[in-house]
Ligand binder design. Structure first.
Ligand SMILES: Cc1ncc(CN)c(N)n1
Length: 217
């Protein structure tokens, strides 16, 4: 078992809950209440702000140019097509600028703090731990439901497309490969810190979907 597989296996119950979450199941069927989607997108756009900074730090700490390039290409996807997806969705769902001022939910605040801490740690492996959870868990739920029901509106369909398919699988393989390669060279205390960041990120991914789903029920 690779180090990232072993880390994921330690959190199998939470991972399963994320992968089969009622929020993403409803999104893929197309019957997710739009207010829940609006709320989720506003919260997630705040998540993206710190995610971009974390990914940029990970790129800066990559051991070589070859290790940095796939991360930089992924950063271009987040700040390009994914950023545009948010703007198009806010427009289509009528989330005007003022509506984005909704209070920040506890999992959003906690996730942002985790990403900032990882970015400030100077540890490439800790940065990767958070990035791996964020992208791998999304790959797993989105691959399960892709492409979703026929005739999904784009704000549901494109969220699945952005997190599934060969291009996104390659992103996850790259991030996991970086962490798997770094792991054996880490001191035990650093491995523990990486495992802790991984565990926290898994817990927060689940809480993030739980909070969004609470808006739908
Ligand atoms: C909370 C969260 N986690 C992960 C992703 C995938 N980029 C996301 N958009 N939001």
């Amino acid at each position: 078992m690779s180090p990232t597989e072993a880390l994921r296996a330690k959190h199998a119950a939470d991972w399963q809950a994320i992968t089969c979450h009622p929020f993403t199941e409803a999104l893929a069927r197309g019957d997710l209440p739009l207010d829940a989607m609006r709320w989720y997108l506003v919260q997630d756009y705040r998540f993206i702000e710190d995610f971009v900074r974390l990914l940029a730090q990970a790129i800066a700490h990559a051991p070589s140019l070859a290790d940095a390039v796939p991360g930089a290409q992924f950063l271009a996807v987040i700040t390009g097509p994914e950023n545009t997806y948010f703007q198009r969705s806010f427009d289509a769902l009528g989330v005007v600028e003022a509506g984005r001022d909704q209070p920040e939910a506890a999992p959003t605040t906690a996730f942002r703090a985790l990403m900032r801490d990882a970015a400030a740690s100077g540890s490439h492996a800790r940065m990767l731990a958070v990035l791996v959870v964020a992208e791998w868990s999304y790959l797993d739920w989105a691959s399960r439901v892709a492409p979703g029901s026929a005739d999904l509106p784009f704000y549901f369909a494109d969220w699945i497309t952005l997190h599934s398919g060969p291009g996104f699988e390659a992103v996850v393989d790259y991030l996991r490969g970086q962490l798997d390669a770094a792991w054996p060279g880490l001191a035990p205390a650093e491995q523990a810190a990486v495992a802790q960041a991984f565990a926290r990120a898994v817990a927060l991914e689940r809480q993030f979907f739980d909070a969004a789903w609470a808006r739908a029920t």
